[in-house]
Design a protein around this ligand. Structure first.
Ligand code: PGA
Length: 251
């Protein structure tokens, strides 16, 4: 049985003060939540403060990106060592906003996934098609390339640590959600690719989150699908009440 995982991707929102307030509100309800893995991913500037808030709870902290390199002349980047110093456990990698606006590609995303695993950080690898690609009937083709390239050279035993997030780009921040059937279909497809890549045991163990306008109103239905193991939440994660009710829908 895969444990569900709900992660809040706060994106470029929240000052330190606001982040601490949000984390504190979430902590009131979820500090001891054992049944679901809860992860908060604030901007880099608030990682330390949010880590402090959740330090004695079961809530984990994640970052929204990580460099594939160890250290050196990489202006604007952040390394695994720096993140671990702030008690970060998860790293969101290859989010569609990074692919779209900052030209991250599968090659670099794969390097980051490998580095994160090597350094005992848990990658949340994001994949998903654009509206244009879906309408052209290319969803499976696009997602398959992102999964195969993004997880290239990852050993079968690492799949218990990593998380894949299926996030159709057309559903992110748009209020449009994939229907539970549409999402389940792609999740099952992703699990099938992983089975083909590394075998059934790893495919059954890997957790696949859905992301894209998940909110309290649609969370329970999405999370009841057999291959949907959690959610990567953007907009609704900025509000403690909404985020907590999504986590409760996963119980
Ligand atoms: P959204 O974002 O929930 O606001 O659609 C999800 C994400 O981008 O991870």
């Amino acid at each position: 049985m895969r444990k569900k995982i709900i992660a809040g991707n706060w994106k470029m929102n929240k000052t330190i003060e606001e982040a601490v307030e949000l984390a504190n509100s979430i902590k009131l309800d979820l500090a001891d939540c054992k049944e679901v893995d809860v992860v908060l991913c604030p901007p880099f500037t608030a990682l330390k403060s949010v880590s402090d808030v959740v330090s004695e709870t079961l809530i984990a902290v994640g970052s929204q990106n990580m460099s594939s390199e160890d250290e050196g002349a990489y202006t604007g980047e952040i390394s695994h060592t720096m993140l671990k110093e702030l008690f970060v456990r998860y790293v969101i990698l290859g989010h569609s906003e990074r692919r779209q606006y900052y030209k991250e590609n599968d090659f670099w995303v794969n390097k980051k996934v490998i580095k994160a695993l090597e350094k005992n950080l848990r990658p949340i690898l994001c994949v998903g098609e654009t509206l244009e690609e879906r309408e052209a009937g290319d969803t499976e083709k696009v997602v398959e390339v992102q999964v195969r390239e993004g997880l290239k050279d990852v050993s079968a035993d690492a799949y218990t640590e990593l998380v894949v997030a299926y996030e159709p780009v057309w559903a992110i921040g748009t209020g449009k959600t994939a229907s539970a059937e549409q999402a389940q279909e792609v999740h099952a497809f992703i699990r099938g690719i992983i089975k083909d890549m590394v075998g059934e045991e790893a495919a059954n163990a890997v957790r696949i989150q859905y992301g894209g306008s998940m909110k309290p109103a649609n969370a329970a239905e999405l999370l009841s699908q057999p291959d949907i193991d959690g959610g990567l939440i953007g907009g609704a994660a900025l509000d403690a009440t909404s985020f907590v009710s999504i986590v409760k829908a996963a119980l």
